[in-house]
Design a protein around this ligand. Structure first.
Ligand code: 13P
Length: 251
């Protein structure tokens, strides 16, 4: 049985005071919940303040991205070591907004993933097709490419520290959620790819989160599907009560 993983990706939202307020509200709402792994991913500049509030709680901290070097002349980048230094145990890699707006491709994301793992971070690795790709019948090809290239070179043990987040681009921030059946179909396909590429043990243990307009009122039915092992939540993670309701839906 895979333990559900529910993470909030705050994206480019919330100033320090708002970020601190949000986690102060969230902490008591999720206190004592141990049946689901809970992660919040604030902006880089609010990580330290948020991490101070989260000390001793059951909420883990994650970055939204990181670079593939430890330090040096890489202006504006943040290393896994820096994320760990402020209390992160996780990072997101390969979010569709990084792919779409910042040109991050499969080869780069594979390097980032491997470096983050080697640096001791756990990684939520995002994949997902656009609306054009889905309507053009290319969904399976896109997912195959993203999984094959993005996860290339990982070992069976690495998958204890990696989750795959299936986030169809057409469902992100649009209010159009994949139906539970659509999510299940894509997740089962991805799990099949993992089985082919890495074997049954990996396919069996890897958590596949769904992301894209997850809300309190659709979270439980999505995560009730056999291959949906949690959620990666954007907009609805910006409110403590809504996010708490979503992760209770995973139990
Ligand atoms: P929304 O939940 O706002 O659709 O965002 C999903 C997402 O991109 C999480 O990483």
């Amino acid at each position: 049985m895979r333990k559900p993983l529910v993470a909030g990706n705050w994206k480019m939202n919330l100033l320090v005071a708002d970020a601190v307020k949000l986690v102060k509200e969230l902490k008591p709402l999720v206190q004592g919940i141990s049946g689901v792994d809970i992660v919040v991913c604030p902006t880089f500049v609010t990580l330290y303040a948020v991490s101070e509030v989260l000390k001793g709680s059951n909420i883990e901290l994650g970055g939204q991205n990181c670079y593939l070097k430890e330090s040096g002349a890489f202006t504006a980048e943040i290393s896994p070591q820096m994320l760990k230094d402020v209390g992160c145990t996780w990072t997101i890699v390969g979010h569709s907004e990084r792919r779409q707006f910042f040109g991050e491709d499969d080869a780069l994301l594979n390097e980032k993933l491997k470096f983050a793992l080697a640096s001791g971070l756990k990684v939520m690795f995002c994949i997902g097709e656009t609306l054009d790709e889905r309507q053009g019948g290319k969904m399976n090809d896109v997912l195959t490419r993203q999984v094959t290239k993005g996860l290339a070179g990982l070992s069976e043990a690495d998958f204890d520290e990696v989750s795959v987040a299936y986030e169809p681009v057409w469902a992100i921030g649009t209010g159009v959620t994949a139906s539970p059946d659509q999510a299940q179909e894509a997740h089962a396909f991805v799990r099949g790819l993992l089985k082919t590429q890495f074997g049954a043990a990996v396919a069996d243990k890897v958590r596949i989160q769904y992301g894209g307009s997850v809300k309190a009122d659709n979270a439980a039915e999505l995560m009730a599907k056999p291959d949906v092992d949690g959620a990666l939540v954007g907009g609805a993670a910006l409110k403590a009560d809504g996010f708490a309701a979503i992760l209770k839906g995973a139990l």
